[in-house]
Design a protein around this ligand. Structure first.
Ligand SMILES: Cc1cc2nc3c(=O)[nH]c(=O)nc-3n(C[C@H](O)[C@H](O)[C@H](O)COP(=O)(O)O)c2cc1C
Length: 420
């Protein structure tokens, strides 16, 4: 099968030009090429199959990986694939008023993978069929979400309990989705001692027609404070005959290299890309030398207004700043304050005030995403991780809560201001 698509002269950006698929043994490999005015820039999933360059992907994150965040990342140069936040198949078919926001493809539909979550086979297949007909790179099934209300209802990680049923779903979704779209699955580790169950599941999903898999190597019972079990990626990469995207705690080029060394074809980044929307650009070596974080926050607020309904603005801006602000000097304190604000405008004002009060922390230059070590230590203390002692240029201005005495006998202040 081989099809040609003409260039769409009205669209200046990315246009799909050709796509096709072929059969190799039991596996079908589908691909598509996308062109800009300057020529072919990518081929999916040929790019996923390429061993030469790591495929950088934005993780699916509920309330975060929407068109506004994707556009912010795109402004810096983007990544190879953007996953959408998970879309409930049941809600989508039910036609709730907000569904059009979940199916928004901006900024680059040709690189967008819609992630679906659901509890029933029929609804997932029908939703996949509909999303697969939108301009997009592919459709992904969420077999990893372990949120109790989803798992207990039979969605997310619950699909991994029955390997044959999961494989039947992937097979049916593969048939429902056009051949020029990828079908993929995102997995988390089963809560058993050995990874063999998840490896066997992954092999079955590959045979059922998945084009690639993503593994977040944490068990259901692992909290985020525990490092991802990156070593297990190697087991999956070795045992699988299809591209694997490795995920979990990737923040630096060294992390990317470590994931690549496991044999994974690509790297998926979630929280790190919210904290540092320029992270993909930095990994690709195209980030500007100096980044004005205040301007980044302002741009994100604009993008939220552009791409999200008024009803979502407050929850989305709070969720973003939980990661974005928390990575700055003094930021975790401000991020915590933002969570208590009651309107989108109040959050915007509070963030602007933060950057006005600490102008020296607006700018981040190559290689330093945090301030000096003292400030980082204070920030860590606010996050409850360490004790600090104040430097001469810092002053304790108030105790909003009683200061805590840590075992080391040092006082952790709860609000600190720089003497400027
Ligand atoms: C706020 C939040 C929302 C998430 N939502 C989803 C989701 O919708 N679908 C999914 O497969 N994983 C979801 N995840 C998991 C991430 O995709 C990713 O696997 C995890 O955060 C580990 O990657 P990281 O260390 O780069 O953040 C979510 C994670 C976070 C923090």
């Amino acid at each position: 099968m081989y099809r040609h698509y003409g260039r769409n002269p009205r669209r200046k950006e990315v246009v799909k030009t050709r796509c096709g698929c072929w059969q190799t043994g039991e596996r079908r490999i589908c691909w598509a090429e996308y062109c800009t005015d300057t020529g072919v820039i990518m081929s999916l999933p040929a790019i996923v199959h390429s061993a030469a360059t790591p495929v950088l992907t934005l993780a699916p994150m509920a309330t975060l990986s929407h068109a506004a965040l994707r556009s912010l990342i795109h402004d810096f140069g983007g990544c190879d694939l953007y996953f959408s936040e998970m879309v409930s198949a049941e809600a989508h078919l039910g036609g709730t008023p907000f569904e059009r926001y979940y199916s928004e493809g901006a900024p680059d539909p040709g690189r967008l993978v819609y992630q679906l979550i659901g509890k029933r086979q029929e609804t997932l297949i029908e939703a996949a069929r509909r999303f697969g007909r939108l301009p997009c790179a592919g459709v992904d099934l969420n077999f990893g979400c372990s949120a109790p209300h989803i798992r207990k209802a039979g969605g997310g990680i619950a699909w991994t309990a029955d390997v044959d049923r999961a494989a039947r779903l992937v097979d049916a979704v593969r048939r429902a989705v056009p051949a020029d779209r990828t079908v993929s699955v995102k997995l988390r580790l089963a809560d058993t001692g050995e990874p063999q169950h998840t490896v066997r599941l992954a092999q079955m999903l590959a045979r059922a027609g998945a084009d690639f898999l993503t593994l977040h190597p944490r068990r259901m019972s692992d909290s985020y404070s525990r490092p991802a079990r990156r070593g297990l990626l190697e087991v999956f990469a070795r045992e699988l005959d299809l591209p694997l995207i490795g995920n979990g705690d990737v923040l630096t080029a060294e992390d990317v290299a470590a994931v690549r060394r496991t044999g994974a074809t690509g790297v998926m980044i979630g929280r790190g890309a919210v904290a540092h929307p320029w992270l993909f650009a930095r990994l690709k070596g195209i980030a500007p030398a100096d980044i004005d974080r205040g301007a980044v926050a302002q741009r994100f607020h604009e993008l939220l207004r552009q791409w999200q309904p008024a009803e979502f603005l407050l929850s989305r801006v709070r969720r973003f700043h939980h990661y974005f602000l928390a990575s700055f000097p003094f930021g975790s304190r401000v991020a915590a304050q933002v969570q208590g604000l009651k309107s989108f405008e109040a959050v915007v004002g509070h963030v602007e005030d933060y950057f006005a009060r600490f102008p020296r922390y607006r700018y981040v230059s190559q290689g330093s995403d945090r301030g000096g070590s003292t400030v980082s230590a204070i920030d860590a203390a606010w996050a409850g991780q360490a004790a600090v002692s104040l430097q001469p240029h810092e002053a304790l201005i108030e105790h909003q809560r009683p200061a805590r005495i840590l075992p080391a006998g040092r006082v952790v202040p709860f609000d600190v201001r720089l003497n400027q």
